[in-house]
Design a protein around this ligand. Structure first.
Ligand SMILES: [Zn+2]
Ligand SMILES: [Zn+2]
Length: 273
């Protein structure tokens, strides 16, 4: 089944391709190249959504890290698309190839409409793989395009086209910083929460805790491991109750859903420390 978001991206491609030929528009030609790149990447992301939960004897967590990779891939595609647009806009202006500003305005408005539709109708999975964010950034690109088209209609200043196209790049980068940063954090296994705070909260249940590790597998799966030292006389059912309380805190307060606790007893450790 082809998903709605995927369909949206492919329809922008077909639209820009056809109108580029019909209107003999170089701007639309550039947009068609961007749209093709987009549609391919979004299809890859859609494929990732399908395989992400597949587990086997080797990929025991499934393939959730692919979501983070997909988010990065989507941002880079937007950046490549915007850069292509800027390069072509400059080349066209230098060669005195000017587009009909009405075509630029109209095509940008239609693409903007479809992108906004994707942003609005997207599902959770599209968020995890970065498809929604991609559509949001594309909306920015098309919005800038539409405003530029409108400005050229009124002023006849065709040099506004390459200037706007170049300005698009820092705008995209500005909006991407957070996603880039978060993806980097996930890959570096940086803890998404303050581990000292986790320890302080769990200390209400366990007195001696060390080796706490918290990390994100992807945007929606958070894992923690910790070592707890307990009295050798505690019963397993007492320990189970404590463990459940700890898991409850971790889930409710820190959004940690996968927890592994290693219990150690005082006696064994006397030799080690
Ligand atoms: Zn995931
Ligand atoms: Zn795009």
């Amino acid at each position: 089944m082809v998903r709605k978001t995927e369909l949206g991206f492919w329809s922008i491609f077909i639209l820009t391709l056809i109108t580029a030929f019909v209107g003999r528009s170089v701007t639309l030609g550039t947009e068609a190249i961007h749209a093709l790149l987009d549609a391919l990447v979004v299809s890859i992301s859609a494929y990732i959504i399908k395989v992400v939960n597949k587990r086997d004897g080797m990929y025991t967590y499934g393939l959730h890290r692919l979501e983070v990779l997909s988010a990065l891939l989507n941002i880079f595609t937007v950046i490549i698309g915007a850069t292509l647009g800027a390069v072509f806009a400059v080349i066209f202006l230098l060669n005195r190839v000017t587009d009909n500003p009405y075509i630029l305005l109209l095509s940008s408005l239609v693409s903007l409409f479809i992108s906004l539709l994707i942003v609005k109708s997207g599902e959770d999975e599209d968020k995890n793989t970065g498809i929604l964010f991609h559509a949001f950034e594309d909306s920015l690109v098309y919005l800038i395009g539409a405003v530029t088209g409108l400005a050229i209609v009124f002023t006849k200043y065709y040099f506004l086209d390459p200037i706007a196209a170049i300005l698009t790049i820092p705008v995209i980068l500005f909006f991407s910083v957070n996603v880039l940063k978060n993806s980097y954090y996930v890959f570096m296994e940086r803890s998404p929460v303050n581990v000292n705070e986790v320890k302080r909260d769990l200390n209400q249940i366990f007195k001696e805790i060390d080796d706490i590790h918290v990390w994100n597998l992807c945007n929606h799966i958070r894992i923690a491991t910790l070592h707890v030292r307990e009295s050798p006389d505690i019963t397993l059912s007492e320990l189970d109750k404590k463990r459940e309380m700890a898991e409850d805190i971790l889930k409710k307060k820190f959004d940690i859903t996968h927890v592994t606790i290693q219990f150690e007893s005082d006696i064994l450790h006397e030799h080690e420390f």
